[in-house]
Design a protein around this ligand. Structure first.
Ligand SMILES: [Zn+2]
Length: 229
């Protein structure tokens, strides 16, 4: 799969899944030759992305391919890709439920399938700033606090998810938003009384969110985005 096509598909899938924040938020794919991150250009919404609105950004912030402008927060992508050799794609979103949930400073509990990739161990929370990740130093700090996790909540800002491929990174972003929304719903109804324990969570991670299942969800989102285009 061509990296430009992957960025287009990811952007449109995120729009379809309701993770848009007007023209902000972005998905990236690692450049196969190690030059940086392929991601959407700034100034456009997820659903507006086509091949003319994709750029290749170097770790220093140079646009190496494409006519568009880069996002200020490119270091999220380039620094995570630099630190995590197992990661092939990164998603950053300001989606509403995960933003609301991260302000509660509460653990995300596996009360639905959606939270399973982010519990036992609990996903980290970024502690350095709630402002834009607009410098390489902040990108490195974010990558450091992400550690080996699938994602990180960024209180006062949003979240980042990662995966070995773009489908996994997008699905983790979608699942994280849904998991946060579900817990907000339970909390609003009186509070969570029961959740999967560590053993059940680990079992469900293999049973429900194995690579085949993640790919099925990703392909569904791509098909839905195509029909909405
Ligand atoms: Zn942001």
């Amino acid at each position: 799969m061509n990296v430009v096509t992957e960025v287009i598909q990811a952007s449109r899938a995120l729009a379809t899944a309701g993770l848009s924040d007007m023209v902000w938020g972005h998905a990236s794919v690692r450049d196969p030759d190690g030059k940086g991150a392929w991601m959407k250009a700034s100034g456009y919404g997820f659903e507006e992305i086509d091949a003319d609105r994709v750029v290749l950004v170097s770790p220093d912030g140079d646009v190496l391919w494409g006519a568009g402008k880069r996002h200020l927060e490119f270091p999220i992508h380039t620094e995570i890709l630099s630190r995590r050799t197992d990661v092939g794609a990164v998603v950053h979103t300001h989606a509403p439920a995960l933003s609301a949930f991260s302000s509660l400073q509460r653990d995300l509990l596996p009360i639905s399938h959606d939270a399973v990739p982010f519990a036992h161990p609990q996903l980290p929370r970024f502690t350095v700033t709630g402002a834009l990740i607009a410098t390489q130093d902040l990108g490195r700090a974010l990558a450091e606090e992400l550690g080996d996790a699938n994602g990180i909540l960024m209180p006062h800002h949003g979240a980042v998810t990662v995966g070995p491929d773009i489908g996994t990174a997008v699905m983790y972003a979608v699942l994280l938003e849904r998991a946060c929304r579900t817990q907000l719903l339970a909390d609003a109804a009186g509070g969570v009384r029961t959740a999967s324990d560590e053993a059940e969570t680990r079992f469900k991670r293999e049973q429900i969110w194995n690579p085949s299942q993640l790919n099925a969800g990703w392909e569904y989102l791509v098909r839905r985005a195509d029909t909405e285009a």
